[in-house]
Design a protein around this ligand. Structure first.
Ligand code: LLP
Length: 478
C-alpha cells in the first residue's frame, strides 16, 4: 500500500503515552468491526479503493448526507429488529417464562415503538412523554411498564386511564399516590417494588444505580424494600406483582447481575415467610453492555438469559420458591449498535503535542448537542472516514464538535487519515442509545434527524429541527 507522501509510513507510527495504538494499514484504519457497526454496514463502490464509501442497508451514507444533511443519525432497521428478536428468543423458554421490555429511554419514536410491538417485546417508559409516544404508536398499554422515581399525578392518571400493565414503584409517596388514583378509578394497579440491591456495578458513577447512596428505589439493606412490600399488601387497589432491580448501564461484569438476582430472590423468600405471598415476577432491569470499540466483548442475549435463568432457578430451588417469571429491560443492547451518526468535517487543526507528536483536532458540524456521552461519561466511540478510503498515513486525532466549550468532544482519541479535509464525512458508530434521546439545543443548535434505512431505502423517523422550531419557543417575538 502506498504511503501518504507527507506523513510517516503505516507501522512506523508511535502513539504518545495513553493513546491507542495506530492502525497497521489502510484496511485497519477503515475497517467496520462487526458488533460495533450496524449489521448491514459495508464498504463498497468503485473499483478504486479510494472511491469506496460506506453503505448501510445498501444505502450510501454520502447519498443520505446529501438528501438529509448532516449531522444525521442513520438507524439500521434490520439490525434493531434482529437484536430485539434475539432478546425475545433468548428468553423464550416454556420452562422459565420471561418477558423482555425494550427500555424506550435509550431511543423512542412511534416507528420504533411499532417495531418493538411487532417483534413481540414489551416497552419500558419512564415519563409521560415516552408513554404518550407509545400510546400514539398504538402500543398495547398492557405490555407497558411505567418506571420513574418521581411520576407525577398527571402521568399516573394518564397511565391508569389507558390501562398501563405495570408500575415499578419507587417511593412511599408513590405507593400512596398510585393507590389513591387507582382506587378512585376502581381499578387494581399491578406493581413491582424497585429494590436498591446494594450492588457496586463497575461502570461510570452516573450510570450505576443499585449502590445505596443514590435516588432510585427502596433500600434492601435499610429495610425500606420490605416496608414497601408491607404497605402495598395492605392496599386493595394495588397488587404486588413482583420485585425489580436495575443495577446500572453498560455493564460487562456478569457477577453484578448474579448478586442482584441472588438478593432479589432472597427478598422474595422473606416476603413469602412474612406474608405467605409468593411474588410472580422478578425484573432484573437492563444495563447489558455493548461494544463501542473492537476491544469490547459483550455477552450475547442468549448467554445472559441462560446465566440469569440459571441463577434464579438455583436460588428459588434452594428456598423452595416457585419459579417466578423473569423480566429484563434492555435499551442500549437493542438500539445502541443499530445507529451511526454521520458528520461533515469542517476544519482540521494540527496541534503540536511535543516529543514529535501531533494531534489533529477535527471539527465536525455537530458535537455535544447530539452526543453528550463523551463529555458526561468519558464514553469512547469508534469513528471512520465514510465518504472515501484514504491511503494517507493515520494521524492521532480528536473529533470535536462546534459548540462553545472545550469539553465538546465526540471521540477523544482516534487515528484518522492524515489527509482529512473539509467536506469529508465521518461516521461515529454505536450512537443509537442515549444520543438522540439526550440531545439538546445547546448554542441554539437544531437537533439532527433520525433516518431509518432498510432494503436500499430510507425514511425519516424524526425530522431535523429547524431554526424556526427553536424561534417558535421565543415568546419575545411578535
Ligand atoms: N431499566 C431501568 C429501570 C433503567 O433505569 C434503565 C436505564 C434501563 C432499564 C435500560 O438500561 P440500558 O439497557 O439501556 O443500559 N444515559 C446513560 C444511561 C442511563 C440509563 C438509565 N436507565 C448513558 O448514556 O449511558
Amino acid at each position: 500500500m502506498r504511503a501518504h507522501p507527507a506523513g510517516p509510513r503505516f507501522g512506523e507510527i508511535l502513539a504518545p503515552a495513553g493513546a491507542p495504538a495506530a492502525p497497521v494499514d489502510a484496511e485497519a484504519m477503515h475497517a467496520l468491526a462487526p458488533g460495533v457497526w450496524p449489521s448491514t454496514a459495508v464498504r463498497q463502490g468503485g473499483e478504486a479503493l479510494t472511491q469506496r464509501a460506506v453503505t448501510i442497508a445498501g444505502v450510501d451514507l454520502r447519498d443520505l448526507a446529501e438528501e438529509y444533511g448532516t449531522p444525521l443519525y442513520v438507524l439500521d432497521e434490520a439490525d434493531f429488529r434482529q437484536r430485539a428478536a434475539a432478546f425475545r428468543d433468548a428468553y423464550d423458554d416454556p420452562e422459565a417464562p420471561a418477558d423482555v421490555f425494550y427500555a424506550g429511554k435509550a431511543f423512542l419514536s412511534t416507528a420504533v415503538a411499532r417495531w418493538v410491538d411487532e417483534e413481540g417485546l414489551g416497552l419500558d417508559v419512564c415519563t409521560g412523554g415516552e408513554l404518550l409516544t407509545a400510546l400514539q404508536a398504538g402500543f398495547p398499554p398492557g405490555r407497558i411498564a411505567f418506571h420513574g422515581n418521581n411520576k407525577s399525578v398527571a402521568e399516573l392518571e394518564l397511565a391508569l386511564e389507558h390501562g398501563v400493565g405495570r408500575y415499578v414503584v419507587d417511593s412511599f409517596e408513590e405507593i400512596v399516590r398510585l393507590a389513591a388514583l387507582a382506587a378512585e378509578r376502581g381499578v387494581v394497579a399491578q406493581v413491582l417494588v424497585r429494590v436498591t440491591v446494594g450492588v457496586e456495578a463497575h461502570t461510570h458513577e452516573f450510570i450505576a444505580t443499585a449502590h445505596e447512596d443514590q435516588k432510585f428505589g427502596f433500600s434492601l439493606a435499610g429495610g425500606q424494600a420490605e416496608e414497601a412490600v408491607r404497605r402495598i399488601l395492605k392496599l386493595p387497589s394495588l397488587h404486588l406483582l413482583g420485585l425489580h432491580s436495575h443495577i446500572g448501564s453498560q455493564i460487562f461484569d456478569t457477577a453484578a447481575f448474579e448478586v442482584s438476582a441472588h438478593r432479589l430472590v432472597e427478598l422474595a423468600g422473606r416476603v413469602r415467610d412474612e406474608h405467605g405471598v409468593e411474588v410472580a415476577e422478578l425484573d432484573l432491569g437492563g444495563g447489558m453492555g455493548i461494544a463501542y470499540g473492537d476491544d469490547d466483548d459483550p455477552m450475547t442475549a442468549k448467554e445472559m438469559a441462560e446465566l440469569l435463568r440459571g441463577i434464579v432457578r438455583r436460588e428459588c430451588t434452594a428456598l423452595g420458591l416457585r419459579l417466578p417469571r423473569i423480566a429484563v429491560e434492555p435499551g442500549r443492547a437493542i438500539v445502541g449498535p443499530s445507529t451511526v451518526t454521520v458528520y461533515e468535517v469542517g476544519t482540521v487543526k494540527p496541534v503540536d503535542l511535543g516529543h514529535g507528536h501531533t494531534r489533529h483536532y477535527v471539527s465536525v458540524d455537530g458535537g455535544m448537542s447530539d452526543n453528550i456521552r463523551t463529555a458526561l461519561y468519558d464514553a469512547e466511540y469508534t469513528v471512520r472516514l465514510v465518504s472515501r478510503v484514504s491511503e494517507a498515513a493515520p494521524v492521532l486525532s480528536r473529533v470535536v464538535g462546534k459548540h462553545c466549550e472545550s469539553g465538546d468532544i465526540v471521540v477523544r482519541d482516534c487515528w484518522l487519515p492524515g489527509d482529512l479535509a473539509p467536506g469529508d464525512l465521518l461516521a461515529v458508530a454505536a450512537t443509537g442509545a442515549y444520543c438522540r434521546a439526550m440531545a439538546s439545543n445547546y448554542n441554539h443548535t437544531p437537533r439532527p434527524p433520525v433516518v431509518a434505512v432498510r432494503d436500499g431505502a430510507s425514511r425519516v423517523l424524526l425530522r431535523r429541527e429547524t431554526p424556526d422550531d427553536l424561534l417558535a419557543l421565543d415568546a419575545g417575538l411578535g
